[in-house]
Ligand binder design. Sequence first.
Ligand SMILES: O=C(O)CCC(=O)C(=O)O
Ligand SMILES: [Fe+2]
Length: 236
Amino acid sequence: MASMAEEQRRALEEAFGASDDDDDDDDGDEHWLLGMERKDEMIPVWESISEVNGLWVCRDFLPESRQGWLLSSIHQEGWFHGGSFNQNLLDLFVRAACFHAGEDHPLPLDLLWREPFFDQLIVNVYEPGEGICAHVDLMRFDDGIAIVSLESTCVMHFTRCKEESEKEGVEEDPSPRVPVLLTPGSLVLLSGEARYLWTHEINRKPSFQLWGGKEIQQERRTSVTLRKLCSPPNSG
Ligand SMILES: O=C(O)CCC(=O)C(=O)O
Ligand SMILES: [Fe+2]
C-alpha cells in the first residue's frame, strides 16, 4: 500500500503537474511543495471579494480535465465506496491551492493547517431552474467552507445578515447583496464573516441568473462542498 507521503505526492502531481526536479523525488513533501512554487503557470489565481470579508474565489482551481475526472468520480459508484480517498485528494488540492496563494491567504493559517482539514463532503446536483435558498451553513460545521463548482456557470449571491437591532427598525436600508460568478472548476472559500455573517444563495429561476446584463444559459450544475464538523464539547 502506498504511504501517505506517496499518496500526497501523487495527488499534488495530478493536480498541478509533475515537478521539474528529477532529483527531488526522495526529499519529502515539503521540498516537493516548494518545487511546485517555481511553476508559475500552475499557481492558482485567487480573487478576494472585497465587499465580503473572508470570501475568496479561485476561478481556475480545476482545469477542464480535472473537472471531468471529478464528475466521473462522482457518477461512478467508486466515489461513494472508496470515497475517503477521493475526499482526501480534494482536501489536498484545496490545501495546495491555498498554500500557493501567496502572502494573502484565502484561509486563515490555523484553519489551513488543522487536522483533519475537512471531514464532511456533500455533492449537490441542480437541474436548470433549481438552486439553493439563502442560508448560513449550520453551526455544527466549523469555520472554513470550500465549494467546488462543476458544469453550468452560475451567480451566487451573498447578503449581509441583519443584526437583531436592525430587524426592529422601521425604515431599514436593504442589506448589501454581492453577486459572485462561479464558473466551472472554480473554488469558493468562506471563512469568518463570509461564513457566519453573510447568507449565500443561488436563485436559478428565470431572470435571476444575470451577469453583465445578460442571462446565463442554465444547464445542470454540480457542486462539491467540503466542511469540517465541529469537535464535540469536552473532546479535548
Ligand atoms: O451548491 C453550491 O454551490 C452551494 C451549496 C451550499 O451552500 C450548501 O450545501 O450549503
Ligand atoms: Fe451553504
